[in-house]
Design a protein around this ligand. Structure first.
Ligand SMILES: *Cc1c(COP(=O)(O)O)cnc(C)c1O
Length: 382
């Protein structure tokens, strides 16, 4: 089985597993227990991880709030902000290609009386900054735009978006899950105010994430979603997942060290995969810009192919998807937003290359997928 779905999740790096192991049974203390060594050790480990995650994204350690993942971080960022900015600012701006944890959070806010503007994208997946400028008003609490798209890998110009939001006194939230550890990201330099992360997309464990919350110019405040012991500057109560957090820290440190070499290698493999597919199947369409894009992402539509049949026939030897894991079987809302018709959106594959993807795997997948596409095309009446 060849794994080529690194946008859905990633295996935990062995170095990360090793860093986590002592925190399950030997150093099992509660990071909030301040009276004895076991608690201090846990707290120290959590604070080291906080510095490591902060360093990866150009933040200060104190700006990091631990969560259970990016779904929670996105919910906390938008709902937590909506609660404190009412009634003066009751409007949110986001983009049609966002992850469901942002889009559905915005829908919830709308049900609760806020208004939202969901921007369209152009054919290459980018947003029109003039249209964005026109959508942000004096009532906008935040603009939420993802740093890198999880289906088509398209990157957003965060600094320019931040400037547009700030000009009207709105904040910028970014779902930076797919960008973190893959492309350089600096929340301070880009003017990002809130940013969501999850460990399992960068070779860390599942069930742990973080929200970056700017503490200076401006100081961002959020209402908590979980009330309780007042952990995490009161923004997220609950006993910390110490092994998970240690793993997130180790994964962030490792990603920071590997990023330049890894992204150059993945970009080459990705380009080779595209070439391999193109030369064999001829007619294909790349979804999303090829220049402003994550190095390990490729998303391709194959005209004249039954997408369902394609995935089924590949499922025994290649782990691939047609889009986000949570919404498989429906046509991707991202591809539809690029203007792809339903049949074409369904006849699309997202290739996610990662740390353990080899050249042999890329060649094997290009050949295997092409064979299937040609076989299905030969069978198809159209
Ligand atoms: C995976 C993903 C999420 C959700 O993260 P979880 O930690 O699994 O909740 C959110 N946004 C994007 C862009 C993702 O790829």
């Amino acid at each position: 089985m060849i794994y080529m779905d690194y946008h859905a999740t990633t295996p935990v790096d062995p170095e990360v597993v090793a860093a986590m192991l002592p925190y399950f049974s030997e150093k099992f203390g509660n990071a909030a227990s301040r009276q004895y060594r076991l608690g201090w050790d846990a707290q120290e480990a959590v604070e080291q991880a906080r510095s490591e995650v902060a360093a990866l994204i150009g933040a200060e350690a104190k700006d990091i709030v631990w969560t259970s993942g990016a779904t929670e971080a996105n919910n906390l960022a938008l709902k937590g902000l909506a609660e404190v900015t009412m009634p003066a600012r009751d409007h949110f701006v986001t983009v049609v290609t966002e992850h469901k944890s942002v889009l559905d959070t915005c829908k919830r806010l709308e049900k609760q009386g806020r208004s939202t503007t969901v921007l369209a994208v152009s054919g290459d997946g980018s947003i029109d900054l003039d249209i964005l400028r026109g959508a942000v008003t004096e009532r906008t609490a935040a603009v939420s735009v993802m740093a890198a798209n999880n289906e088509i890998g398209v990157l957003a110009p965060l600094a320019e978006i931040a400037a547009i939001a700030h000009a009207r006194g709105a904040l910028l939230h970014t779902d930076a899950v797919q960008a973190a550890g893959k492309v350089p990201l600096n929340v301070a330099a880009s003017g990002v105010d809130l940013a969501s992360f999850t460990a399992h997309k960068l070779y860390g464990p599942k069930g742990v994430g973080a929200l970056y919350v700017r503490r200076k110019s401006p100081r961002v405040t959020l209402a908590p979603m979980l009330d309780g012991g007042g952990h995490e500057r009161g923004m997220r109560s609950g006993t910390l997942n110490v092994p998970g957090i240690v793993g997130f820290g180790a994964a962030a440190a490792l990603a920071g060290r590997c990023m330049a070499v890894e992204s150059a290698r993945l970009r080459q493999l990705r380009d080779r995969l595209l070439e391999g597919l193109k030369t064999r199947v001829g007619d294909l369409m790349v979804n999303g810009s090829l220049t402003t894009r994550l190095p390990g992402n490729l998303n391709v539509s194959f005209p004249g192919v039954d997408g369902e049949a394609l995935l089924v026939s590949l499922s025994d030897d290649v782990a691939l998807s047609s889009g986000a894991a949570c919404t498989a079987a429906e046509p991707s809302h991202v591809l539809k937003a690029l203007g792809r018709r339903t049949e074409l959106a369904l006849a699309s594959l997202r290739f996610g290359l990662g740390r353990w993807t080899t050249l042999q795997e890329v060649d094997a997948v290009a050949a295997r997928v092409s064979d299937e596409v040609m076989r299905l095309r030969a069978m198809s009446p159209v």
